[in-house]
Design a protein around this ligand. Structure first.
Ligand code: NAP
Length: 329
């Protein structure tokens, strides 16, 4: 009888992912609400063949060194900035992720944030709850138009493109900045390429959809925020550290820009007494852009698919470090 591979799952995920993994593997599951501490992670990976992790787990060189048997790392997220991909590749470990299945949910939510900030929905909710609604006010809670405004998309990948498709329905003029120029999408969606500085200066809304990399870390800092219009709104549903939080606090307090809406923050979670949480022109929500029932179910199923393929020695269907397959044996 062959022994089943040992797998560590760092949090309870939807059954669409857990069930197939349980069927094929010996599963050790971290059942707590908060992520496993690093010391637990290091201990658990020591005798594991596979790891199914989340973006809250720092999977660095130390974890990989401890996981001497690790044959595959499968993350239930598309972004893999918490994983040292270079270290994984050097060790011959393929890393799975979940592109595509969360694109539409994340784009929907990006638009929800954009609309909420433009039309001041959370402030309106607070207003009613505080008993301040006494009459229809001709000058009360005035926002800005979304329809016909200029949207600047930073990173025209899967999610950026899905946001652009939605923006067309609002007759927005769409600018994009991306290291790769996309003439196909320019023709199909009528989006206009702009250098980042130009995009920042011309956009009424700037929406971030690039991955977090050394190049994009604090991409939106003081210089970028000062380039934006004083009436502009920043939306971040990418990764927190793409925006410098200290610069953003100053931008929002001193009126360099009008407002911001953040699904992601630096640090994450953001402390409740952080100025970004209390500023009336800043919306902060707890990294929920992909949080729909069906999207999370599909993400979990995809993470299981990657994990099981890796354990069988097959190529991962959705691999974040495909160069691992090109490395010399
Ligand atoms: P994707 O298809 O790979 O798109 C990312 C795009 O950003 C690519 O076109 C990429 O260009 C571009 N890019 C890379 N470096 C850039 C830079 N310096 N400046 C501007 N653009 C740059 O990925 P996706 O599926 O759309 O996801 C994008 C990111 O969203 C993920 O990495 C993840 O961090 C985040 N995300 C967040 C949530 C959430 O819950 N808030 C959910 C899903 C995803 P190249 O291809 O030329 O490199």
């Amino acid at each position: 009888m062959t022994t089943r591979p040992v797998v560590y799952v760092t949090r309870r995920i939807p059954e669409t992912g857990l069930a197939p993994v349980r069927e094929a593997c010996q599963v050790r599951l971290w059942e707590e609400e908060l992520p496993p501490p690093k010391s637990v992670l290091l201990q658990e990976v020591a005798d594991c063949d596979g790891l199914l992790c989340l973006l809250t787990d720092p999977i660095d060189e130390e974890v990989m060194a401890a996981g001497t048997r690790l044959r595959v790392i499968s993350q239930m997220a598309v972004g893999v900035d918490n994983i040292d991909l270079r270290a994984a590749t050097a060790r011959g470990i393929p890393v799975g992720h979940t592109p595509g299945v969360l694109t539409e949910a994340t784009a929907d939510f990006t638009f929800a944030l954009l609309m909420a900030a433009a039309r001041r929905i959370p402030e309106g909710v607070d207003y009613v709850r505080a008993g301040k609604w006494r009459t229809w006010e001709p000058m009360g809670l005035l926002g800005v138009d979304v329809w016909g405004a200029t949207l600047g998309i930073v990173g025209l990948g899967r999610i950026g493109t899905a946001v652009a498709r939605r923006a067309r329905g609002f007759a927005m003029h769409i600018l994009y900045y991306d290291p790769t120029r996309r003439p196909d999408l320019e023709a199909e969606l009528g989006v206009e390429y702009a250098e980042l500085d130009d995009l920042l200066a011309r956009s009424d809304f700037v929406s971030l959809h690039c991955p977090l990399t050394p190049e994009t870390h604090h991409l939106i800092g003081e210089a970028a925020l000062r380039r934006m219009k004083p009436t502009a709104i920043l939306i971040n549903a990418a990764r927190g550290p793409v925006v410098d939080p200290d610069a953003l606090v100053r931008a929002l307090s001193e009126g360099w820009i009008r407002a911001a809406a953040l699904d992601v923050t630096e640090p994450e979670p953001i402390p409740p007494d952080h100025p970004l949480v209390s500023l009336p022109n800043c919306i902060v929500v707890p990294h929920i852009a992909s949080a729909t029932v069906s999207t999370r179910e599909r993400m979990a199923a995809m993470a299981a698919e990657n994990l099981l393929a890796g354990l069988r020695g097959e190529r991962l269907p959705y691999c974040a470090n495909p160069e691992v397959y090109a490395r010399p044996l």
